[in-house]
Design a protein around this ligand. Structure first.
Ligand SMILES: Cc1cc2nc3c(=O)[nH]c(=O)nc-3n(C[C@H](O)[C@H](O)[C@H](O)COP(=O)(O)OP(=O)(O)OC[C@H]3O[C@@H](n4cnc5c(N)ncnc54)[C@H](O)[C@@H]3O)c2cc1C
Length: 401
């Protein structure tokens, strides 16, 4: 979606910098909760066709939890999204070549599905099409923020289009949704902690010999966790994490060697893998903003927190942040009031801390090799499999409910 710069001096609407998954969803949620207008700025062209290609809407797939699907249903987007998504009926968690194993099943949890897996490009198409249908959402793309000045009641922001046009507008609420290296966050004077894990995630789509039956596999290997997520058309989305030099080797292998290495790691009980599509890699760097709310501004999505992709929780956590933010500020005449924003961060703190701790400790927990520890870990997985109440608590958290 490349819109011309018509240079209106627009006042009073929340201004979102970054039109990735977080920024695009927030624009829709703010409107849904009563914001009269929203402006969204994205540095890449948004296409408008079926397949946007931006850092957010790229070759990856996203496992959306049942909670995230409920938010998309509220926006009226679920049916279109599910046209090209695979439902997750069962999650199968195990440790490489060990006894411990647990299965979480939708039927046992009393839900139609635990979640669904969607290719990011299709997800982008669904979100960006919805933005395009709402005339009160002004999209500026490709464009970027070139400066901000604090005023008594918000921020004055200058935008520059790639074509050289410039626009100045006033906003009562500036939102940094421009990713882990957010320039907006920096200009707001908010620091961030970054921790490079020295690991990469290698992703690719895999073709299967037989149907996956809606089963997602999470394998904890010595190198790092590996996920196989069901996709439409008898495919899996692979997320394979490991030390950077190991990822170099995975990227360099030809298709046959890659599939052989993968089959060996995945083990028995998984549909046979027949083909692998293009591989991409992502460095795993955890980011945490030092604040998510300051007067007249909020930080969301990857700009606020990036997590290990181990359990597919990063965006699902963001959806819960955004749904509450939109509810708290959407219809308010003073959406950037600090007390309002601080109330939002306080309400989100417990969930964020829990997911941060889990996504940090889970891979560590499964990596430790001491026999006693390995034994208790297997018992932990077995206990989870044997005790429905334990499993229910774990599943409800993973589903974002
Ligand atoms: C391998 C991998 C697999 C994952 N799988 C899952 C999963 O299954 N489930 C899940 O919940 N999460 C998953 N995640 C996490 C998920 O991808 C992130 O939560 C999500 O990308 C956050 O989106 P975002 O919009 O905040 O940031 P980004 O995706 O980084 O988007 C930021 C946007 O801002 C734009 N931008 C940057 N700078 C500027 C600027 N100056 N001006 C204007 N625009 C700008 C960028 O072009 C981009 O469009 C995964 C992550 C990885 C790495």
């Amino acid at each position: 979606m490349t819109l011309p710069f018509d240079n209106p001096r627009v006042s009073g609407a929340p201004l979102i910098i970054g039109g990735g998954m977080a920024g695009a969803l927030l624009a829709l949620l703010l409107r849904h909760h009563g914001a009269p207008a929203v402006t969204l700025v994205e540095s890449h062209a948004l296409g408008g066709g079926e397949a946007p290609d931006t850092p957010s809407f790229d070759a990856r797939s996203t496992a959306l939890s049942a909670g995230s699907l409920a938010v998309l249903a509220e926006l009226g987007l679920l049916d279109t999204l599910l046209e090209r998504a695979a439902a997750i009926g069962t999650v199968h968690v195990s440790r490489q070549q060990r006894l411990g194993l647990t299965r979480i099943r939708a039927a046992e949890q009393g839900v139609a599905r635990l979640g669904a897996v969607v290719e990011n490009r299709w997800f982008g198409h669904v979100l960006l099409s919805a933005l395009g249908r709402d005339p009160a959402i002004r999209v500026r793309a490709p464009a970027r923020l070139s400066g901000i000045t604090r005023t008594v009641d918000g921020y004055t922001a200058t935008l520059e289009s790639d074509a050289g046009a410039s626009e100045t507008l006033h906003t009562p609420l500036l939102i940094a949704a421009d990713g882990a290296h957010s320039q907006t966050r920096e200009w707001l004077g908010i620091g961030a902690r970054h921790r490079d894990l020295g690991h990469d995630a290698v992703i690719a789509n895999l073709a299967l010999a037989t149907p996956h039956q809606g089963i997602a596999y999470e394998r904890f290997l010595d190198d790092g966790p590996l996920a196989l997520l069901p996709l439409p058309d008898q495919r899996f989305a692979l997320v394979w994490t490991g030390p950077r030099e190991q990822a170099d080797a995975w990227m360099a292998m030809d298709e046959g060697a890659f599939l052989a290495a993968l089959r060996q790691r995945v083990g028995a009980g998984v549909p046979a893998l027949t083909r692998v599509g293009e591989r991409q890699r992502y460095p795993l760097v955890l980011t945490e903003a030092c604040a998510q709310a300051v007067p007249f501004a909020a930080v969301v999505g990857n700009a606020a927190h990036t997590l290990h992709p181990v359990a597919g929780q990063g965006f699902n956590l963001t959806v819960r942040d955004l749904a509450l933010l939109a509810e708290r500020v959407g219809g308010q005449p003073d959406p950037g009031r600090l007390s309002r924003l601080q109330h939002w961060t306080a309400e989100r703190q417990r969930d964020q801390a829990l997911i941060h701790r889990a996504s940090h400790w889970l891979p560590e927990w499964f990596r430790v090799r001491q026999p006693l520890f390995a034994h208790s870990r297997q018992l932990g997985l077995l206990a989870l499999d044997l005790a429905p109440s334990l499993r229910k608590g774990f599943a409800r958290r993973a589903m974002g409910l």
